[in-house]
Ligand binder design. Structure first.
Ligand code: AHR
Length: 501
């Protein structure tokens, strides 16, 4: 049996956890919007055409902020196409996913959906085919109270109150040659700066995120972040990161190290942003928005990426998640939590059908994919200060990591309620004795405990067996003398919600 020990102290704090790390993403892609969150003919649809079954699962997932409308889609999107009477909206060719976009879902529908879901909107602007002028007009449409062309247009469309959208992404993956109107770092950095200026002049109090690299293996990685921030450092708050994990080699140990790569990625981008700050002798710290992350590799064949004939909302990127994917998602959540001082926003990509935590059948039911569970538990229970853990455990060697820790864990303490949430991922094929010495946190009892484990790493949740991979009450845990003691099954995700005795 593996042995692992962690020590936490209420005064040793990484930072307060920003709840925006439990964000997600909905893109006009495949059946994410149409057939996912919006399906007027669905039996559960409300008067706005929103599927109530998906809304209920979204609330259960605990998403705090939602990115929209893309993704690659946004780089060809004209927001004016998606406002006003639906019957007058144009049908367009979407050059990102080679589909026909009906524009029946647009800005006002997105905001209405977010309000119903109790989620903060995160809007992305088009810095591909469009630019700063279009962005400032959109901000005026959304946030200005009235008395101007675009704000009065919003009012005429039935939305008297401004949408008051705070968080904006300045484009999407602009370093990628696949992006509609891809730019080099100088072109993008200048466009981001000028867009940021006019957006801020139009509406006060915006939070702006510049595009970082599309992924860590991009040839321009590092230089891209540096040059982009050299241009727009003074006008942006965040730089974005995207990472998709894969198990193409069918090697669970190597698959796990994608989470260690995420850890390296966050550390590296923080260092690059701080180098730009240092050169300017600036105390400002650019925060990180991990605004696309998930497992994605099975549904990545050409036919998963585009269907012939310009169809409307075809099934694309419909990744079916298995148990090992849920473990990796759990590891990623622990890593994001443990970087609470720099990662202040993150979006699981995506919410539904398209590499989604939720899967639906058009006209049929909706169910939870395996990855839904660790996300929902972390989003519900991780509140307060992230504690800096001292960890002793064994290690394994895989991929680029000769000594990756077998245990990944995080502890979050809410100083108002005294509650502590402990998350522990056992990456060992052996069982693990897990002891957590929780200092200065008073006498704690276990209020809730969960284990997510399955003997078949490839087990999935399906329409007919939607709960095959689901958490159960933890079978082997106890609190004694300020110490949490548990036996973690081989390759398992474990959650302990502790409270005052
Ligand atoms: O999330 C799917 C796609 O992945 C997004 O459109 C793009 O930004 C990324 O490459």
């Amino acid at each position: 049996m593996q042995q692992a020990r962690v020590i936490a102290d209420r005064d040793f704090i990484i930072d307060a956890l920003d709840r925006r790390v439990f964000g997600a993403f909905v893109e006009h892609l495949g059946r994410c919007i149409y057939g996912g969150i919006y399906e007027p003919s669905h039996p559960t649809a409300d008067q706005d055409g929103f599927r109530q079954d998906v809304l209920a699962l979204t609330r259960e997932l605990g998403v705090t902020i939602m990115r929209w409308p893309g993704g690659n889609f946004v780089s060809g999107y004209d927001w004016r196409d998606g406002i006003g009477p639906k019957e007058q909206r144009p049908r367009r060719l979407d050059l990102a996913w080679f589909s026909t976009e009906t524009n029946h879902f647009g800005t006002n529908e997105f905001i209405s959906w977010c309000r119903k879901a109790g989620i903060e909107p995160m809007m992305a602007i088009n810095l591909g085919t469009k630019g700063p002028d279009d962005a400032r007009a959109l901000v005026e449409y959304c946030n200005h109270p009235g008395g101007t062309e675009y704000s009065d247009l919003r009012i005429a469309h039935g939305y008297r109150q401004p949408h008051d959208i705070k968080f904006w992404c300045l484009g999407n993956e602009m370093d990628g040659p696949w992006q509609i109107c891809h730019k080099n770092a100088q072109e993008y950095g200048r466009a981001a700066l000028e867009a940021a200026k006019v957006m801020r002049w139009t509406s006060e109090g915006l939070t702006l995120a510049a595009c970082g690299s599309s992924y860590r293996e991009m040839p321009t990685y590092g230089a891209w972040e540096y040059e982009v921030l050299e241009h727009c450092f003074d006008k942006v708050d965040f730089i974005s990161l995207h990472q998709y994990f894969h198990n193409r080699d069918n090697d669970i140990a190597k698959f796990f190290t994608h989470v260690d790569k995420l850890d390296s990625f966050i550390t590296e981008v923080s260092a690059i942003a701080d180098a730009v700050a240092a050169k300017r002798r600036s105390a400002k710290r650019i925060m990180l928005s991990m605004d696309e992350w998930n497992v994605w590799y099975k549904a990545r064949t050409p036919i998963d990426l585009a269907k012939p004939g310009w169809p409307e909302a075809p099934p694309l990127l419909e990744e079916v998640y298995n148990f090992e994917d849920a473990l990796v998602v759990g590891g990623a959540l622990i890593t994001l939590i443990n970087h609470a001082d720099r990662v202040k926003s993150a979006c699981l990509a995506q919410l539904v059908n398209v590499i989604g935590a939720i899967m639906t059948e058009t006209g049929g039911p909706a169910w939870r994919q395996t990855i839904f569970h660790p996300f929902a538990q972390a989003a519900r229970l991780a509140r307060g200060n992230v504690l800096r853990l001292v960890t002793e455990c064994g290690s394994f060697s895989a991929g680029d990591y000769p000594a990756a820790p077998l245990l990944l864990s995080a502890a979050v303490h809410d100083p108002h309620t005294g509650k502590v949430a402990v998350f522990a991922l056992n990456r060992s094929p052996e069982a693990m004795r897990f002891a957590a010495d929780l200092r200065g946190l008073g006498t704690l009892v276990i209020n809730e405990s969960f284990e997510l484990q399955h003997d078949d790493l490839k087990a999935t949740n399906t329409k007919d067996a939607p709960d095959r991979v689901s958490p159960v009450k933890h079978p082997a845990c106890a609190m004694a003398k300020g110490e949490l003691d548990a036996t973690l099954k081989p390759l398992s995700w474990n959650v302990f919600a502790l409270g005052k005795a």
